[in-house]
Design a protein around this ligand. Structure first.
Ligand SMILES: C[S@@+](CC[C@H](N)C(=O)[O-])C[C@H]1O[C@@H](n2cnc3c(N)ncnc32)[C@H](O)[C@@H]1O
Length: 249
């Protein structure tokens, strides 16, 4: 599966978005969009009854948004912040645990050199493999490992190690061992009490090896900006997770 035969259709009356095959006509109660229309270069198409649709050929981020999901994925606002906060570039080597559905790794893989990814659930690894095909990615190396109990020895030390797990403190020894001096370990915790447990553990056990730089969250507030309205769109939840940035010493 590569998603090369997909098309995004946006109903201009309702703004509802559909992700459809472009080799099968799209039938609605308001008429039909033909295969010829779906495969054409036109961005504006309409049914024989005059109902208008926007048509978009999926780009990387559209395919990413429609990839397979097996678990809660990292929000792109957080992935984007980690990339810039840790200075991930085309030369960076990154590690993560767990892989989840590849929410973090399939974006970062497009800009970094290599990602090593460890998860203790085979079905999650299989989903990431499928998403790598959809997104044309070949630089994520997936391994079935329990990062809390298995010994992890990566062949090269990494610039950034992301821990997106329920108990990041239990993965800390493996993360410290495999991260370069002055590299980053980033812990992603949806709940602040998880984060507090983590920081207290670090202060007691790894104070000499790590500099705790900060705990923070990124807020993404969507606004309605149309006609006479210009205000935040309150319906959206804004919290996703707290991030603690640790500097390997
Ligand atoms: C919230 S998901 C990670 C989401 C991922 N960052 C993304 O953006 O898609 C947590 C993952 O950690 C994995 N996990 C939980 N405990 C683990 C352990 N002890 N060792 C390795 N992976 C573990 C789970 O199987 C799950 O895939």
């Amino acid at each position: 599966m590569t998603y090369d035969d997909k098309v995004i259709l946006i109903d201009l009356r309702t703004q509802k978005e559909y992700f459809k095959n472009n080799n099968k006509e799209f039938q609605t109660q308001f008429g039909t969009l033909t295969v010829e229309q779906l495969q054409s270069d036109d961005s504006h198409i309409e049914t024989e009854k005059g109902y208008k649709y926007l048509k978009i050929k999926p780009q990387f981020i559209d395919k990413y948004n429609h990839k397979r999901r097996q678990s809660q994925i990292m929000d792109i606002k957080d992935t984007g912040y980690i990339i810039t906060r840790c200075g991930i570039t085309k030369d960076s080597v990154v590690a993560e645990s767990g892989c989840g559905s590849g929410g973090f790794s399939t974006i970062v893989a497009k800009i970094c050199k290599k990602i090593y990814s460890f998860d203790n659930r085979e079905e999650h690894i299989d989903v990431v493999k499928e998403n790598m095909k959809i997104l044309d990615i070949d630089n994520i190396e997936l391994k079935l490992k329990d990062i809390y109990t298995d010994e992890i020895d990566i062949e090269e030390k990494v610039d950034v190690f992301l821990l997106d797990l329920p108990e990041p403190h239990n993965a800390m020894k493996n993360a410290i061992k495999n991260t370069k001096k002055y590299g980053y370990i980033v812990c992603y915790c949806p709940n602040i009490n998880q984060n507090q447990l983590l920081v207290n553990y670090l202060l007691e056990n790894h104070n000499e090896e790590l500099k705790i730089e900060e705990t923070m969250e990124v807020l993404n507030i969507k606004w309605i900006c149309k006609e006479r309205s210009a205000r935040p769109f309150y319906k959206d939840t804004i919290h996703s997770g707290f991030m603690t940035f640790l500097r390997k010493l």
